[in-house]
Design a protein around this ligand. Sequence first.
Ligand code: URA
Length: 257
Amino acid sequence: MIRLDRFISERTEYTRSRIKELAARGSISLNGTPVRRSDVKIDPESDTVEVCGAVIGSQRYRYILLNKPAGYVSSTSEHDGKNVMELVPPQMRTKAMFPAGRLDKDSLGALLITDDGELSHRLLSPVSHIPKIYIVKLDRPFQNKYVDIFKKGIEIGGGETCLPARVRQAENADNMAFVELYEGKFHQVKRMFSAVENCVEKLMRISYGNLILPETLGIGSCMELLHKDVEKMLDEPDFDRICTDFSDIFSAILINN
Ligand code: URA
């Protein structure tokens, strides 16, 4: 059993004094009933705690999937201008959260925000072999020769060579393509296309492992991931199927944002 205010403060950004105020206002409920005091004891395994209508899960770490809009920096620092943490509602945030894997300021799409350092490391390390898939809008038409060039591992300047990557033209659009990467070098996708004399105009990350950004998650919105979603991130996706099934949906989202 632990105190309600400790349980909430460990899993959100709320301070204990703020939690006390929220409880006094009736904004915190325990098993569906408002609790006016924040020093009551609860059982994290069996009790359901809600703050301002959002359930605070009992798990040690929190996993938030943000559909990042363009114009936000993937950072936790308030000095970097508009940063992605501003888009996470306070009841979903914890003090130790950070974005797992950067997206450029002008990029959109799936961005995991978590306080689980070990999972973040697994997702980002090339050794773990967990792919991320991106859709891009190109300045010039896609060329089939990119498939072999990317597969061999393309040089992108600065003495850097990419690991073998898959690329495929999107259905029904000659200037849209999907790319699957197992690593995350600085501006990697943009530099890969620039190395084949094309140019990325827009870029959106659509998956981590086999967890695909839900089309119902609007740009700028967040959702809390369940354990089964986190497991999906560690699974191998079917790249070809994803390109076929999601071409129309993600091409339209990219064009309109
Ligand atoms: N590659 C890029 O060039 N930009 C991103 O935001 C992500 C991958």
